[in-house]
Design a binder for this molecule. Structure first.
Ligand code: ZN
Length: 317
């Protein structure tokens, strides 16, 4: 097996890393802004990949984590926030044409799940769920060591299950989804409303607190901040109890900025799980824990996908 290249492409920056066979951290990692006036995002990406191509020229596979939905049957990135040039864009095909090696892609939440499964908090588990709780709530499902994609690659949207019918508006436009009551955005909105109604707290209303400031205040013992995190943890636990019944996983991983609050989020989450499962059998040997790869989850998931791609489609050269 030869070198692998993993890509983590976001709306603001692209990162690329070169890995020696079976080794990490990477031999080399580089990042560039996704948009620049000199070249198209595709040309920017090609130059980035070229810049860390190994001296011996041997790369077994390239895989990319992408910030939007992908159609894996047609090999298309459907849309990507802040990259309007990439609508229905055949990224793997373009990479294969340019570099002559097998290429693969998936959305960043699925690959974060795969990264945690292969290199992070989910190692050794065959059935796991990953939720990233930040501005929104994304998710990924690993069943029998494979990402669950569904018929069109749209499965695993764990943040968009209804937990409060007709509840607050979600980032997707629907009402009462988990994301609308438990994301960082939702927690910040709830904090503002509580402060406006006069709830005592060391949080300031001018300007309104961010989710990060709420986490910090909670760590310092602020009652309102703790209640808001506990409520978010409760709703995530309610949703996860449903997921336990559907997927019967052994590992639940919470990532994203809000997960940095650790047990202030996870203890209420675990309590809600116990309250809502139909039988304690679902909780036997189940670990609920925070992610360990942080901002590298997508990149490490792309590495895991590159490994699988190299194994399934060995280069013929
Ligand atoms: Zn939604």
């Amino acid at each position: 097996m030869t070198t692998l290249i993993a890509l983590d492409i976001g709306g603001t920056q692209m990162r690329a890393a070169r890995f020696a066979p079976g080794e990490y951290p990477p031999q080399e990692i580089r990042k560039v802004p996704t948009q620049n006036p000199e070249s198209s995002p595709e040309e920017t990406l090609f130059q980035l990949v070229e810049s860390l191509w190994p001296a011996d020229g041997k790369v077994a596979a390239i895989a990319a984590a992408l910030p939007g939905p992908v159609d894996l049957q047609q090999g298309l990135l459907l849309t990507a926030p802040n990259i309007p040039q990439w609508r229905d864009y055949p990224l793997p095909q373009r990479l294969e044409a340019r570099f002559g090696v097998p290429a693969a892609m998936d959305n960043d939440a699925n690959l974060a799940a795969l990264g945690e499964w292969r290199f992070g908090a989910g190692r050794g588990h065959h059935y796991l769920l990953y939720l990233t709780v930040s501005t929104g709530i994304g998710g990924g499902v690993i069943l029998n060591d494979r990402i669950l994609h569904g018929a069109r690659g749209l499965a695993g949207e764990l943040g968009h299950i209804t937990v409060v019918p007709n509840g607050p508006r979600c980032g997707c436009g629907q009402r009462g989804h988990l994301e609308a009551v438990a994301s960082g955005t939702a927690i910040a909105r709830q904090a503002r409303a509580a402060l406006e109604s006069g709830t005592p707290s060391k949080l300031s209303l001018h300007p309104p607190p961010t989710a990060r400031q709420i986490s910090e205040a909670a760590a310092q013992g602020d009652t309102l901040a703790r209640e808001l995190l506990a409520q978010a943890g409760y709703y995530i636990g309610v949703a996860l109890a449903d997921y336990l019944h559907v997927f019967n996983p052994t590992c639940l991983i919470i990532g994203g900025g809000v997960s940095r609050s650790g047990d202030l989020l996870l203890d209420p989450l675990r309590a809600a799980l116990r309250e809502h499962v139909m039988s304690p059998e679902y909780l036997k040997n189940v670990t609920a824990t925070t992610a360990t790869l942080g901002d590298n989850a997508g990149l490490m998931g792309a590495l895991a996908l590159a490994e699988q791609t190299a194994f399934e489609r060995p280069a013929t050269r």
